[in-house]
Design a protein around this ligand. Structure first.
Ligand code: SF4
Ligand code: SF4
Length: 161
């Protein structure tokens, strides 16, 4: 890892833990051991991701998609357009919002953490459309929808490159 990815990525993990992406897809010619073990499309949270210290268990042999992706925060710091501290603030903001989304989903009973965050939210939305969310949970559902909206705005503006 470079000094910059050490500084940012080891405190982030958003591109591995299903907040930014729902899966990791194999690209042509990629023989990463991730795909050998789990097939060509691996759902996130990535099984190689260690959420305790935000490390990748197969970092030296990670997929080409993972090697290529650099979020806007990383790019901006690399280009000298913002400081690492400012980028870390944005990362902490996104992590706080995604933790809120996780919390609301769990409170509503959508706590299958093996599914990507976006899929769990879609399941919850479908349940709401079918009238399967109880009346007493409608405020919680509104809190969840607002948190997802704010998270998606932040990711679109500050992370997807
Ligand atoms: S989202 Fe950006 S800062 Fe976070 S781990 Fe991925 S590349 Fe690193
Ligand atoms: S293989 Fe490593 S870098 Fe790629 S998504 Fe999984 S944990 Fe992240």
């Amino acid at each position: 890892m470079s000094e910059l990815t050490d500084t940012l990525c080891l405190q982030c993990g958003l591109c591995c833990n299903s907040v930014l992406f729902a899966d990791v897809r194999r690209e042509r010619g990629d023989d990463s051991k991730l795909f050998q073990q789990f097939g060509p499309r691996v759902a996130q949270r990535c099984p190689a991701f260690n959420s305790g210290d935000c490390t990748c268990a197969i970092y030296a042999e990670r997929p080409s998609r993972c090697r290529q992706f650099e979020c806007k925060q990383l790019l901006a710091v690399r280009a000298g357009k913002k400081s690492a501290e400012t980028a870390l603030k944005k990362i902490r903001e996104a992590k706080k919002l995604s933790a809120e989304v996780e919390k609301f989903l769990a409170q509503l009973g959508f706590n299958e953490t093996q599914l990507p965050l976006s899929k769990r939210f879609q399941k919850c939305q479908r349940a709401a459309e079918r009238g399967k969310i109880s009346l007493e949970n409608l405020d919680l559902l509104a809190d969840l929808q607002l948190a997802v909206h704010r998270l998606n705005q932040l990711l679109a503006q500050d992370f997807y490159a």
